[in-house]
Design a protein around this ligand. Structure first.
Ligand code: NDP
Ligand code: 8X3
Length: 250
């Protein structure tokens, strides 16, 4: 039977690649995002019988609920929620950071994710569905300038594990995916559109791609229903860990 996924942030990066991968594997997909043109293009590319574009800002619950209430026949019974929409803003140390940027990250990566999950949980339980949340290596490994972004992703990781506990016995699967460096629009967004900064970061690093993450999401989603991946951390070979820092004078 055809399964249906709702993938937030389907207009770019991991989400857009995931929409294509899930459709290629025979799924129907509700793809969400603010950029309507990109969602229309995805529907034109993949077919209106396979993809439904739902245009809303994940922080706007009223717009979200209107879009969800308008899901066409064939896209209403969701088997999978992929909470992917999210962003980092800024790389400055906490003491120089912009509080409005911190609030935007919390509102998007945490509050909106929690709210959408809460809204869709009853249907996911009824269908013994699955939830895949996109966290990050930044959830586990702190780095300078990662402050609130890392905090939001640590929340996503821990919330996922908590959901697993609460959903015990329901058959609903929950996974936290924790990627390292992947070349998408992530750094363009983080830097306010600095193409040179983005190209410099990814240059020579052989970063992961949206397609790499999409293949991982599809693999997790299509595992046998008795098997749950709790957390999955993945990185490019050329990225690894750095040590602690010591300030000898303060
Ligand atoms: P992109 O910037 O390429 O994509 C982000 C997606 O999120 C877009 O589709 C965007 O849609 C959507 N989005 C952002 N804010 C909102 C909002 N307020 N309302 C609705 N949609 C929103 O980045 P990635 O694909 O890299 O990021 C996807 C997820 O992966 C994020 O949660 C990110 O934190 C995480 N991640 C990324 C890593 C990387 O190295 N790239 C590594 C680890 C995790 P639109 O602008 O159209 O609304
Ligand atoms: C994105 C990965 O390392 O830039 O979540 O924080 S990182």
């Amino acid at each position: 039977m055809t399964k249906t996924a709702l993938i937030t942030g389907g207009t770019s990066g991991f989400g857009a690649a995931a929409v294509r991968a899930f459709v290629a594997a025979g799924w129907r997909v509700v793809a969400t995002g603010r950029r309507a043109q990109r969602l229309h293009a995805l529907v034109a590319e993949l077919g209106a019988d396979k993809v439904h574009g739902a245009v809303f800002d994940v922080r706007d619950e009223a717009a979200r609920d209107t879009a969800l209430a308008a899901l066409p026949e064939g896209f209403r019974d969701l088997d999978l929620l992929v909470n992917n929409a999210g962003l980092a803003l800024g790389t400055r140390p906490a003491q120089q950071a912009d509080l409005a940027q911190w609030r935007t990250m919390i509102d998007t990566n945490v509050s909106a994710l929690v709210s959408l999950t809460h809204k869709l949980l009853p249907g996911l339980i009824a269908r013994r569905g699955a939830i895949i949340n996109i966290s990050s290596v930044a959830a586990t490994y702190p780095y300078a300038g990662g402050n609130v972004y890392g905090g939001t992703k640590a929340f996503v990781k821990q919330f996922s594990l908590g959901l697993r506990s609460d959903l015990h016995g329901t058959g609903v699967r929950v996974t936290s995916i924790e990627p390292g460096m992947a070349e998408t629009e992530f750094t363009l967004v983080r830097t306010g559109g600095d193409r040179a900064a983005s190209d410099t970061l990814y240059g020579g690093a052989e970063p992961m791609t949206g397609a790499d993450i999409a293949a991982t999401l599809l693999w997790v989603a299509q595992l046998p229903p008795h098997l749950n991946i709790n957390r999955l951390e993945l990185m490019p070979v050329r990225q690894s860990f750095a040590g602690f820092q010591v300030a000898r004078k303060v």
